[in-house]
Design a protein around this ligand. Structure first.
Ligand SMILES: [Zn+2]
Length: 273
């Protein structure tokens, strides 16, 4: 099946301005821009939720992208593949492992949960819930989570989170998800409502401030067009999280510039007096 996405123009997902400066990292018709007022890097057009809901799944997009890269950049891809050892220089962190260290048990929501693999891998002291835009994957996750007392909402994330009660969750996982979300600030705000005041959200996103991103430019593995629509740095994620009422923390010895990804721990900020 051919995937034809209808691009829809987007303003800056962080501040709403419409003044992107082309970073020269895109590929026709996709442009990665840096917002002039706030500096946030984002794809200036993206697919609609309706298209994503009906016929898009990230698994499929990854396969297509790998094929395209192999054809377009054989040498660069060969280098990238043959230097994969660099990923193993340091212990490999995992979103789920961080969550287990930070949250003793209870209700966990996996945003962009796919078929539910991460949630199901959690030990029994957790009840897995999820939100997923792909109809097929959401159905699979819902059936699997129901067997453990949880459920999965098939909806765009902010809307799906709106279906849950306030303060329902002890923890949240946003594992390689937020870079795909066209409305990341709205999702973080919706997450703030359903996360308990002492809850923690563990976020993993590609690190646009990594050395590899600077070196590989448009061939960096974190640039995937058109499915990566936000290009976060630790600083820009911190800024957006603060707008949504969170305080961002970072694991020690993990967010190295040699890593293509970084992790952040978002905790509801104490209410302003
Ligand atoms: Zn902006």
């Amino acid at each position: 099946m051919t995937i034809e996405l209808r691009p829809i123009q987007r303003a800056c997902p962080n501040c709403g301005a419409n003044e992107p400066r082309d970073l020269g990292l895109g590929r026709t018709p996709w442009t990665i821009g840096a917002c002039s007022p706030c500096g946030f890097a984002y794809l200036t057009a993206a697919a609609s939720y309706a298209d994503l809901s009906e016929f898009y799944s990230w698994d499929k997009a990854i396969l297509l992208e790998a094929k395209r890269r192999k054809q377009a950049q054989p040498v660069v891809q060969w280098l990238d593949q043959t230097t994969r050892w660099r990923l193993h220089l340091f212990p490999r962190p995992e979103t789920r492992t961080f969550l287990e260290q930070l949250v003793p048990g209870g209700n966990i929501v996996d945003i962009g949960c796919g078929s539910g693999k991460q949630g199901l891998a959690l030990p029994d002291r957790y009840t897995p819930f999820g939100v997923e835009i792909s109809r097929t994957l959401a159905g699979e996750a819902d059936a699997a989570f129901a067997a453990r007392g949880g459920s999965c909402q098939h909806a765009p994330s902010a809307e799906g989170l709106g279906q849950f009660d306030e303060d329902k969750f002890d923890g949240a996982m946003l594992n390689s998800y937020l870079e795909h979300e066209t409305e990341p600030l709205a999702v973080l705000r919706a997450l703030h409502r359903v996360l308990k005041p002492d809850g923690v959200a563990v976020v993993k996103v590609p690190n646009f401030a990594s050395w590899n991103a600077a070196l590989m430019k448009q061939n960096w593995c974190g640039i995937r067009l058109p499915d990566h629509v936000n290009y976060f740095t630790p600083a820009s994620l911190t800024g957006m999280a603060e707008k949504a009422g969170f305080k961002a923390g970072f694991p020690q010895l993990t967010n190295l510039p040699t890593n293509d990804n970084f992790w952040a721990f978002l905790r509801p900020a104490p209410a302003q007096a």
